[in-house]
Design a protein around this ligand. Structure first.
Ligand code: HEM
Length: 420
């Protein structure tokens, strides 16, 4: 492989410039937080880049806002049936979830499944999510204030998906955390914080996915005996073309809900808090004017871009930026890069809580735009309201640890101290 070499920041002490190779499959690049430098280089020099793949072949990397946004919107050119994550399936061209899981479906199946999902995000459900999360986060913040600090990543942030699952799936607190633990291990399948990283990585991922299916198979069985108004019951009751969803599709879509929602919102909260701590002027402004929270949440979403990229496969030959992408090629849309594109966001590398306009692509765009975006917004607003309404100021109390993943940009440890 002959990937370009990219300069990182100057080392002021030695006057040397550190470099790294363009290798977006290197999860440690992301764990070290060096991916922004590589993506900025690609935006400038190779905006449509044929990236060599470790298991042979290559995949295209789109890094500019304009290219990423149009690829999201051109669902007739770029198929989702290969699965959103590189190597997420056993490199089959069609993912095993193709046409069965919302995120891995193309039209017309996608439209039918999306209609099944829509009622799960009705206003009454959003209210219930907001109430549940406020309750859990208030408790966790009270404990943090008593203790003088906490690991925000493991105590407070995890209450966001837990609260959402309690409200949406009608499960208890312990069960909700069990689901969060399962998805955390699956998304963290390359991180020793969560799993034993020895052995075959593909088999490990498949086994972690099976653990999630097993959990939901039990939950579906119990809901079938006693249907309610929760998301799982909605999937069981759904009719598509007059027929109920097969068991496998119910399970795939339970998994889509859990994996789609669990890591993303909690890791966004971690990134957002870290950004506030590192930008004291923004933190001060938010504490002084809580009405800035709506804009701050949007900036947190742009800044964190927790879902770094999604994968598509080209349904026909297409040219982007002078490069010919051939039918069947894998194409990755790097939202984390698009969200830092200076051509769209002036001072893109600055965290500006009243940024306007702020048309980030953290939720994607087009027909697959995150169906849970409203829930994510409710979750983040509830979490930061709990801090801002009490005037809680936090500072870092130890090293921040990032997830070993190039797909979900997570924070596995964020130790904070309460500032008096
Ligand atoms: C900050 C939080 C979140 C972020 C950054 C995020 C990001 C995304 C992105 C980028 C997509 C588009 C995927 C694609 O185009 O292939 C997506 C889709 C999806 N998300 Fe989210 N998400 C978040 C929260 C949630 C929540 C809370 C839920 C559920 C409760 C959820 C469930 C889903 C589902 C089911 C899809 C598939 C939609 C479709 O294919 O039509 N997400 N999300």
């Amino acid at each position: 492989m002959n990937e370009p070499v990219v300069p990182l920041d100057d080392d002021r002490d030695t006057g040397t410039v550190a470099t790294t190779r363009v290798d977006l499959e290197d999860v440690d690049l992301f764990a070290r937080g060096e991916h922004h430098a590589v993506l900025a280089w690609l935006r400038r020099h190779r905006p449509v880049y044929a990236h060599p793949a470790r298991d042979g072949g290559s995949f295209w990397v789109l890094t500019r806002y304009e290219d990423v946004l149009s690829a999201y919107r051109e669902h007739t050119v770029f198929s989702s049936e290969c699965g959103a994550m590189l190597g997420g399936s056993f490199r089959s061209v069609r993912d095993s979830a193709a046409g069965r899981m919302l995120v891995a479906s193309d039209l017309p199946r996608h439209r039918m499944l999306r209609q099944v999902f829509q009622p799960m995000f009705a206003p009454a459900m959003l209210d219930a999510v907001g109430r549940q999360i406020t309750h859990l986060v208030d408790d966790a913040v009270r404990v943090m204030l008593e203790d003088g600090g906490t690991d925000f990543a493991t105590t407070i942030a995890t209450e966001l998906p837990a609260g959402a699952l309690m409200a949406m799936m009608n499960v208890g607190h312990a069960e909700a955390h069990e689901i969060v633990g399962l998805t955390r291990r699956m998304i963290g399948f390359r991180d020793p914080t969560y799993v034993d990283t020895t052995g075959d990585v593909r088999l490990r991922l498949a086994s972690l996915q099976n653990d999630i299916f097993d959990f939901f198979a039990d939950l579906v069985r119990s809901r079938r005996r006693n249907l309610g108004e929760d998301a799982v019951s909605m999937l069981i009751r759904a009719r598509v073309n007059g027929r109920p969803l097969p068991e496998s599709e119910i399970l795939y879509n339970c998994m889509n809900l859990a994996v789609g929602g669990n890591e993303t919102s909690s890791y966004s909260a971690c990134s957002g808090l870290l950004a506030l701590i590192e930008n004291p002027t923004a933190y001060d402004a938010l504490l002084a004017r809580p009405s800035l929270l709506g804009g701050a949440v949007e900036e947190i979403l742009r800044w964190s871009s927790v879902n770094a990229y999604v994968q598509r496969s080209a349904l026909r030959d297409v040219e982007i930026g002078g490069q010919l992408i051939r039918e069947g090629d894998a194409v990755t849309l790097w939202s984390v890069s698009a969200n830092r594109d200076e051509a769209q966001f002036p001072q893109a590398d600055r965290f500006i809580i009243d940024r306007s306009p702020n048309r980030h692509v953290s939720f994607g765009s087009g027909i697959h735009r995150c169906v849970g975006a409203t829930v994510a917004n409710v979750e983040l607003t509830a979490a930061f309201s709990a801090l801002v309404s009490r005037g809680v100021r936090l500072s870092l109390a130890g090293p921040v640890r990032r997830l070993r993943s190039n797909f979900i940009l997570g924070t596995t440890s964020l130790p904070v101290r309460v500032v008096d």
